[in-house]
Design a protein around this ligand. Structure first.
Ligand code: KIV
Length: 264
């Protein structure tokens, strides 16, 4: 029987040095792909703003959109842990609202936990969530929900003070009870230091090879959009070209009368 991966399994993986694989998934089919391929975690990232909904950044994603996609990913998967990524302003304004919104991922979508961006500023909210039983994944370094404040996407933690702030955030998040933390867009040496310091697993993206696990956006990994790809992305399959070629053939066959064949 398929048994869902739990926070205890991830802790054991960190302890034994087994790498954790996380991928984003936004619908049931992608969830099945990630699940069958052996990913431990499916993140229903707010990157859906860019990859699925066609926005320039993640800020417009709504809680209802995120919940709906999270429920689909849960339905499409059997084994991987499903994490809902709380969208901008669904957890920053008020602690009670954040708590209720986080609980909706568990109650309405069957998610195994939530992820939210931010370091020490988010501690009181994270502590409350953990106290009531919501598994929380942290996210520090480059924070896509702060893209306007930061003036773009770039590597964070390059100078000594910034690196110390990120390390202190990581330690504080662990103390607050997060079960894992995403390190995004930070130097490899810094993620090595954080990973060695923490007892919880670190999951990196554009953060070098030393994290306990890696996360990639499925649309980058499979070149689904056929447009801009971030520098850290590696394309394992070019779905965009495959799909366009297939649909072009369908167009030609309909126009030439070759499809449908026979009487139906
Ligand atoms: O939304 C997302 O896809 C993410 C990952 C890049 C970590 O937050």
């Amino acid at each position: 029987m398929d048994k869902r991966i739990t926070v205890r399994d991830l802790a054991a993986m960190k302890k034994s040095g087994q790498k954790i694989v996380m991928i984003t998934a936004y619908d049931a089919a992608q969830a099945r792909w990630g699940d069958e391929a052996g990913c431990q975690i499916l993140l229903v990232g707010d990157s859906m703003g860019n990859t699925v909904l066609g926005y320039d950044n993640t800020l417009p994603v709504t809680l209802e959109e995120s919940l709906s996609h999270t429920a689909a990913v849960r339905r499409g998967s059997k084994r991987a842990m499903v994490i809902g990524d709380m969208p901008f302003m669904s957890y920053q304004a008020a602690q009670d609202e954040a708590l209720h919104n986080a609980a909706r991922y568990l109650k309405e979508c069957g998610a195994d936990g939530v992820k939210l961006e931010g370091g020490r500023a988010m501690l009181p909210t994270i502590r409350r969530m953990v106290e009531v039983g919501i598994p929380v994944m942290g996210h520090i370094g480059l924070l896509p929900q702060s893209v306007l404040k930061d003036g773009g996407y770039y590597i964070h933690g390059r100078n000594t003070q910034e690196a110390k702030d990120i390390l202190d955030d990581a330690v504080a998040l662990q103390e607050a009870g997060v079960f894992s933390v995403v390190l995004e867009g930070i130097p490899a040496e810094l993620s090595r230091e954080i990973t060695a310091r923490l007892t919880i697993p670190t999951i990196g993206i554009a953060a070098g090879p030393h994290c306990d696990g890696q996360v990639q956006v499925i649309s980058d990994l499979l070149n689904m959009g056929g447009g801009y790809l971030p520098r850290h992305a590696k394309v394992y399959a070019d779905l965009s070209s495959i799909c366009i070629t297939a649909i072009r053939q369908y167009c030609q066959e309909v126009q030439s009368g070759q499809f449908p064949a026979g009487g139906n």
